[in-house]
Write a protein that binds this ligand. Structure first.
Ligand SMILES: [Zn+2]
Length: 90
């Protein structure tokens, strides 16, 4: 077996920064809802250009919203749903 090391973070640098950001929040005593929220940001940004995320953003956007506000509205909606599911299924 041959192990190949990656010399550059390349296009993944942003994702790794975001992952480190999430881990640092988790280690800073954040509760599960914060962790979920930050994770949802990661997925929304990673798949921002996908048809699914663009459709979802349209559902939660209101006139005059910036992309950041639309992202926040969608992330809040995703997080609310995932927390609701968690409590319903445990
Ligand atoms: Zn947020």
């Amino acid at each position: 077996m041959r192990i190949q090391f990656v010399n550059s973070l390349g296009d993944n640098a942003g994702e790794i920064d975001m992952a480190l950001h999430i881990i640092s929040i988790g280690m800073d005593g954040a509760d599960a809802t914060t962790f979920n929220h930050e994770l949802a940001h990661l997925y929304v940004r990673k798949f921002w250009n996908s048809e699914l995320i663009q459709k979802a953003l349209k559902l939660y956007s209101k006139k005059g919203m910036t992309d950041t506000e639309r992202e926040e509205a969608l992330v809040d909606a995703i997080t609310e749903m995932s927390i609701d599911n968690y409590f319903e299924n445990t």
